[in-house]
Design a binder for this molecule. Structure first.
Ligand code: HEC
Ligand code: HEC
Ligand code: HEC
Ligand code: HEC
Length: 180
């Protein structure tokens, strides 16, 4: 009984890992940046083997992987996993993953360690986003000023995605977060 309880506790912790980049079931270049959250001291695995990764802070895993043609599974040991494909022959419906920001801008553009936690560099990332994106064009695409919809990551995947405009949901669903 006791062992079972411990196993359940471990499983619950490991379920907290997330692979943000690359997206599950996407087509990637031979070189792909992994951005993941881990719990404990889990390793990064590719096709079942441990690979070298950096941990800029506890709970954070990142690496730039070089992958050969074909299908691969990227996993946080015992936790989250994504399937990707390099080159020709990807399963039908798999879309191309696009990294964001392109060109591997440093993690510290958006992140900082605060009170021992991997947190955000600024209380709000809006200014960081508009350092690269056109603020004047924002109300046209969003119906609102940035002040009304300030949590950009509510709707956009900040580390990249295979979705148009890096949207986490459809525009309709995004408006319904606040409107009936
Ligand atoms: C353009 C801004 C931006 C950049 C650059 C960025 N991140 Fe993030 N990151 C975010 C946002 C926003 C979130 C919140 C996740 C969400 O809501 O989807 C996040 C979440 C995370 C988390 C999860 C934190 C938690 O406690 O849940 C980790 C880990 C992480 N990022 C790692 C990285 C690493 C490593 C890099 C560099 C390779 C990086 N990020 C680059 C914006 C960024
Ligand atoms: C409520 C959801 C939501 C939030 C929050 C949100 N966006 Fe968007 N964003 C969208 C949608 C939906 C689109 C696509 C609009 C379209 O294609 O008509 C979009 C498009 C974009 C685009 C592409 C614009 C273009 O020229 O097509 C950028 C850049 C962008 N958003 C940046 C941001 C930034 C920066 C923030 C935070 C200040 C933010 N978004 C907050 C929903 C959101
Ligand atoms: C260092 C510069 C930089 C920062 C900081 C940055 N972006 Fe971007 N972003 C880019 C570039 C470059 C592109 C690619 C534009 C393209 O593909 O036409 C992009 C693409 C996007 C897109 C998709 C636009 C499209 O038309 O597909 C969205 C949405 C977006 N960024 C939102 C954000 C949000 C939200 C933040 C803040 C959390 C942010 N960006 C921070 C440089 C940046
Ligand atoms: C984060 C919450 C939030 C999201 C997401 C959001 N809105 Fe709003 N919206 C508001 C608030 C608050 C108001 C009232 C303040 C104002 O009018 O500026 C409003 C007002 C409006 C109005 C003016 C009419 C009215 O009901 O007062 C329209 C039209 C509108 N929103 C459309 C949209 C559309 C389209 C989207 C999706 C692209 C969207 N909203 C997403 C919060 C939101």
């Amino acid at each position: 009984m006791r062992l079972r309880a411990v196993l359940l506790a471990v499983t619950a912790l490991q379920a907290e890992s997330v692979i943000f980049s690359p997206a599950d079931r996407s087509v990637v270049n031979g070189e792909v940046r992994v951005v993941a959250r881990q719990e404990g001291r889990a390793e990064l695995m590719v096709d079942g083997k441990v690979v070298a990764a950096e941990s800029p802070h506890a709970g954070v895993l990142t690496a730039v992987l070089k992958l050969g043609p074909g299908g691969h599974e990227i996993a946080v040991e015992g936790g989250a996993k994504v399937k990707v494909h390099v080159g020709e022959g990807a399963p039908a419906g798999w879309l191309k993953f696009r990294e964001h920001p392109p060109g591997a801008t440093a993690c510290t553009t958006c992140h900082a360690v605060k009170n021992g936690e991997w947190a955000f560099a600024k209380a709000s990332l809006v200014g960081v986003c508009f350092a690269c994106h056109d603020k004047a064009a924002f109300p046209k695409t969003h119906t609102h000023e940035a002040g009304i919809v300030p949590d950009c990551q509510l709707c956009h995947s900040p580390h990249g995605s295979a979705a148009a405009k890096h949207l986490k949901m459809t525009k309709e669903a995004a408006c319904k977060l606040c409107h009936n």
